[in-house]
Design a protein around this ligand. Structure first.
Ligand code: NDP
Length: 261
């Protein structure tokens, strides 16, 4: 899985094809969508138009909360694959645990079968707290490949990152730029000035140096290009520590313990 990919949350389906085409032309080879985003068709059109071999692009989509349970995931993946125009996704995630019931555990076992059927090359979860991961582990089957969680300098989410590491689960950061809210932080702007790059490049580089997978979203071609250009400089330990210290437990999205859609 590429460590730096492209997210399309809140991009209308009509605009998604163009945004993903720009991203693929810029060199992104991982696209993150979800059934609930309503833009899997736009992603599929861009993939088809790109002419890229299927095995050169890593495609992630997600199972929505209303499709949790023992059987609904089978229809949900077929519908997503139909909209994407693909035979299989590279990664299929449970979008949220919605933990007031155990439907997410039934759904996990369905995802294991979906992977066995070849409709998802790997399966994982999103927004799972350590307690939810422990319950998946207790099922005794597959461990999720990925846990995609809200993670950025204002929410370093240390407990979740540590739980992922303990279980051998890759941490993928959603809203890696905090939807722009951390780009004016002094520790970020100081590093940007020192390295002659943008604030967004600094934040993305911080993620990569922490080992996070990132999927920044942009519909702005210049930003799409520069967000990918983060390998030509390196943050030193004092810059990393200063950006770590921005953490104030600030979420841009809902809390996984209480969100039920
Ligand atoms: P991001 O943290 O990626 O921020 C996106 C915002 O930042 C947009 O407003 C974009 O503006 C702006 N932006 C992007 N690049 C730059 C730049 N270089 N300089 C200044 N501003 C910039 O937020 P998202 O919430 O979109 O998260 C990224 C992805 O994570 C989503 O697209 C989705 O794939 C995934 N996600 C998953 C969730 C989950 O529950 N699993 C929840 C939320 C997101 P513009 O587009 O106008 O350029």
């Amino acid at each position: 899985m590429p460590q730096l990919g492209f997210g399309v949350y809140q991009v209308p389906d009509d605009d998604t094809q163009r945004a993903v085409e720009v991203a693929l032309e810029a060199g992104y080879r991982s696209i993150d969508t979800a059934a609930v985003y309503g833009n899997e068709r736009g992603v599929g059109r861009a993939l088809a138009a790109s002419g890229l071999p299927r095995n050169e692009v890593f495609v992630t989509t997600k199972l929505w909360i209303t499709d949790l349970g023992p059987t609904a995931p089978y229809d949900a993946i077929d519908a997503s694959l139909d909209r994407l125009g693909l035979d299989a996704v590279d990664l299929y995630l449970i979008h949220w645990p919605a933990p007031s019931t155990d439907a997410y555990l039934d759904a996990w076992q369905a995802l294991e079968s979906i992977a066995a059927d070849g409709k998802a090359r790997s399966v994982g979860v999103s927004n799972f707290l350590p307690e939810h991961l422990d319950r998946v582990e207790a099922l005794g089957g597959t461990i999720p490949a990925v846990n995609q969680i809200e993670l950025h300098p204002a929410l370093t989410n240390r407990d979740s990152v540590e739980a992922n590491r303990r279980l051998g689960i890759a941490t993928e950061a959603w809203s890696p730029l905090a939807q722009g809210a951390v780009l004016g932080e002094p520790a970020v702007t100081a590093a940007a000035a020192a390295h002659g790059v943008s604030a967004a490049q600094i934040v993305l580089r911080w993620h990569l140096q922490h080992g996070n997978v990132v999927i920044p979203k942009s519909v702005t071609p210049a930003r799409i290009a520069t967000n990918l250009d983060v390998l030509a400089f390196e943050l030193d330990p004092s810059e990393m520590t200063a950006i770590d210290a921005i953490d104030r437990g600030a979420r841009t999205g809902p809390h996984p313990a209480t969100f039920h859609g």
